[in-house]
Design a binder for this molecule. Structure first.
Ligand code: MRU
Length: 339
């Protein structure tokens, strides 16, 4: 399963706002429309946002190839793309890599072919990292595991295969997974619409629950471990992930359940010391007052809609990466592997 394709100088995105009811691919040749698609979550998930931005950078280069000041136009395009969503660091990581590539190749339109190759490399490397971290992560999954996950950290959120769901896929292929519990993930239902869709598609046993059921499920002894994704990890291991992650982490700690996040190195931001420095996106209140377009609350009510929360590293059992599984002390061990 994939959600991002580059063919004939055109970017195609699987419209994730329509899944699982419709599988619509949208073609993009304008980088500004791609920036809007990221904001509107046609494409979402930290690594997928980064890959998409890299391809969008190529669309900008194609558009500006005859511009009087190509380098200045590209800097502006980079800013437009960087403003699309604030939390997932993969967006800024990918844009930096593309801008560095352009600079290293003379900052001229002659670099366009190399830029396209760079975006494709970012895409391919992401799938490779997912497969590697999936195999490392499978080692921490016990036999007959019942795994809880939150949001969608699967093929749809990445270049393919997935981070948390990459671990699930690798462990399932080793015969270790009895059940995956998917939190539905209000307000935008990535767990119900996307994770359940991926797992059903791959014939991996899946049970969908609403977010408020996770604690009771744990209390009943039905969860052996939690594995979920990450949008940005600070140098000390604090990490931002989909809103609700923190509640799952607190519940897991109370019930003595191992709690892991899985992420590629492109999601680690060593420039931020701890979780308090991670910018948290706040989205429109209509996502809280409405469910799938149907009003479920009075229009006048106040809302608060942070798209992510920060989980302190103290609640983590381990961090699953493409270079291995990291255990405490996280700050020292993250620096050793990625510093
Ligand atoms: O708002 P979203 O859907 O982009 O949030 C996605 C998540 O929080 C994922 O868990 C995270 O990006 C990891 S994806 C491999």
């Amino acid at each position: 399963m994939d959600a991002i394709r580059w063919e004939g100088n055109t970017l195609y995105l699987l419209d994730q706002t329509r899944l699982p009811v419709q599988e619509d691919w949208i073609a993009y040749t304008d980088f500004r429309s791609v920036a809007r698609a990221i904001t509107d979550m046609v494409v979402r998930g930290a690594p997928a946002i980064g890959i998409t931005a890299a391809y969008a950078y190529c669309l900008a280069a194609l558009e500006f190839r005859n511009a009087p000041d190509f380098a200045a136009a590209m800097e502006q395009a980079e800013q437009v793309l960087a403003a699309s969503r604030p939390t997932a660091v993969n967006l800024f990581w990918a844009l930096r890599r593309m801008a560095d590539c352009l600079k290293a190749n003379g900052s001229t339109p002659e670099a366009i072919d190399v830029l396209i190759q760079e975006a494709q490399a970012i895409h391919e490397e992401d799938v490779e990292m997912n497969r590697t971290l999936g195999d490392f992560g499978a080692a921490v999954v016990p036999a007959h595991a019942r795994i809880l996950t939150h949001c969608n950290a699967g093929s749809l959120a990445t270049g393919g295969y997935g981070t948390a769901l990459g671990v699930v896929r690798s462990a399932f292929n080793q015969g270790k997974v009895d059940m995956v519990y998917a939190d539905e993930t209000r307000p935008l239902l990535q767990g119900a619409r996307l994770t359940a869709y991926e797992l059903v598609h791959d014939n991996i046993p899946c049970t969908l629950i609403t977010d408020n059921m996770a604690g009771f499920l744990m209390a009943q002894g039905k969860v052996d471990l939690v594995i979920l994704g990450c949008d940005r990890m600070a140098a000390n291991g604090d990490f931002a992930n989909k809103i609700g992650t923190y509640s799952v982490a607190v519940n897991a700690r109370y019930h003595g359940i191992p709690f892991y996040t899985a992420l590629p190195s492109s999601t680690i931001d060593l420039s931020i010391e701890d979780g308090s420095g991670i910018p948290i996106e706040e989205r429109p209140g209509v996502e809280v007052t409405h469910l799938a377009g149907v009003q479920t609350a009075p229009e006048q009510v106040r809302t608060w809609n942070p798209a992510f929360d920060v989980t302190p590293h103290q609640l983590l059992t381990g961090i699953i990466t493409e270079r291995g599984v990291i255990y405490p002390p996280f700050k020292e061990n993250l620096a050793k592997l990625f510093g």
